[in-house]
Design a binder for this molecule. Sequence first.
Ligand code: AMP
Ligand code: ZN
Length: 464
Amino acid sequence: MLKLYNTLTKKKEEFIPIDKKNNVVTLYTCGPTVYNYAHIGNMRAYIFMDTLRKVLKYNGYKLNHVLNVTDVGHLVSDADEGEDKMSKSAKEQHKSVYEIAKLYTDAFFNDIHKLNISDPEHIAKATDHIKDMENYVKKILENGYAYETSKGIYFDTSKLPSYGELSKVDIENQKAGARVDVDMEKKNPLDFALWIKAPKEHIMKWDSFLGLCYPGWHIECSAMSKKYLGEKFDIHTGGVDHIPIHHENEIAQSKGATGKNPANIWMHVEFLLINNGKMSKSLHNVYTLDDLEKKGIEPLAYRYFTYTSHYRNKLNFTWDGMESCRVSLDRLRELTLSHKNGSNDVDDAIVNEFRTRFLDAINDDLNMPVAISIVWELAKYDVKSNKIFNLIKEFDDILSLDLDREKENNRCEVLSDEVNQILEERKKAREKKDYALSDVLRDKLKEEGYIVKDTKDGQEIEKV
Ligand code: AMP
Ligand code: ZN
C-alpha cells in the first residue's frame, strides 16, 4: 500500500487515484522561474518530483504530469511586491527578457537531465497560456471572488472562509505582516493580485479585457493545471516555501473559479541548507550543479546525497558530506557490478524478501534513506548472483543513479582553478558579445591543453 504525507490533512494517507479504472495519476509540480541558473536546493525539489513519479510508476500507475515554467515576470517577493524578477535579470545581463527566459529554461532542462530526471508529460510555459489565465481570472470575477482596483484585479480573501487551510497557523502571522505595508485599495491585507495593469515601462504585457496587463504569479498554476488535468487532480507538489502564499492562493483561485480545492494531496519538499544556514548570494554559497562538476562531483552523486535524508526533513549540504556521497556512490556501483556475472544462485525467496522490504520503504512516503540502506545490504550480499544485479537495476529505475555504470566514467575530470577562471572570463566575454576576447581566451585554453566548443548549453571543453 502506497502512503503519502498530505500537507492539507497533516497525515500520511493511503494513495488512491481519482481515475482508479485506468490507473492514471494526475500530478502538477510548480516549476522554475527562469531568471537565473537553478541551484542545488532547487534541484532537491525536482529530484523529489522525479522520485515520486518513479515510485508511482513502480506501483503500476500511468502518469499525467504537468511541470510549469514561469517565464513571465513575477515579482521578487511572493506577495506582489518588489521588482519583476525577469526584467531585473534582463537589465543586469543586458539581454531581452525573452533571451533570459530561453537561456535559463535550456540550462534548467540540461541540469535536470544530468540528474536523470525524466521530463513530465506536459511542460507548460506560462507565456504560452496567457489566454487561459485571462479566462480563469474572468471566471473568478464572474463568481464574485475578485474586484478591480486601479492596479488590477485582486482576489477577495474575505469571500473564502476556508482561506489559509493549507498553512493554518501561519495565516495570522501573515496577516500581521501584510498589514505593515498595506495597499489601501485592497479590501483585506491578504488579498492578492490576479491580473495586473501593466505600467508603461513594464516589458512583458498582453492585451486583455482590462487593457495591457500581465498575470499575477499564482494564476498560471491554476489555469494550466485545470487545462491539462481538469478541475480536480491527484497530487500537487512544490517546496515548503510555497505552502503559506503560493499554494494557499492557488487553492483560493480554484475555489473561486470551480468551487474545488484542485488537488487531493499536497506534497512539499523541505529545504536544502548549506552549512546549516540559508543559501544566499551575499554568503557566496549558492551552488549549481556546474559548481559541483567543477569540483569533480558528478550530478548523480548529488542525487545520491539527497537520498540521505527524508524529503520532509531539512538536508544540510557540506562539501565533506558531498564528497563522502561521491565515494559511496562509486563503491555502490562497484559492488553492484560485482554481481553482474555472478553465477551463484540465490533463492527466489531471498530476492522477493529484498523486493518487499524495498517496496515497503519507498511506499512509506518515499523513505529513501531506508530504501538506500536496503540496496547497500543487497549489494554487499556475499553470494555473487546475476539475480541480485538485476534486482538492483530494477531498484535503480527509481533511484536513477546509474548503478550499473562502469568505473571509468564515474569521476568527472577536476579542472584546475586557472582553467576554470579562463572559462568564466570567456563566458562573460561571450555574454558581452566580445568575440575578439573570447577567441584570445580560446587560444589560452588550447595552451592549457583544452579545446572549447560553444553549444546551446554553453561552453564544453575536451582534452586536446
Ligand atoms: P523557484 O524557481 O524559486 O520558484 O524555485 C523552484 C523550486 O525550488 C521550488 O519548488 C522551491 O520551493 C524550491 N526551492 C527553492 N530553494 C530551495 C532550497 N534551498 N531547498 C529546496 N528547495 C528549494
Ligand atoms: Zn505553482
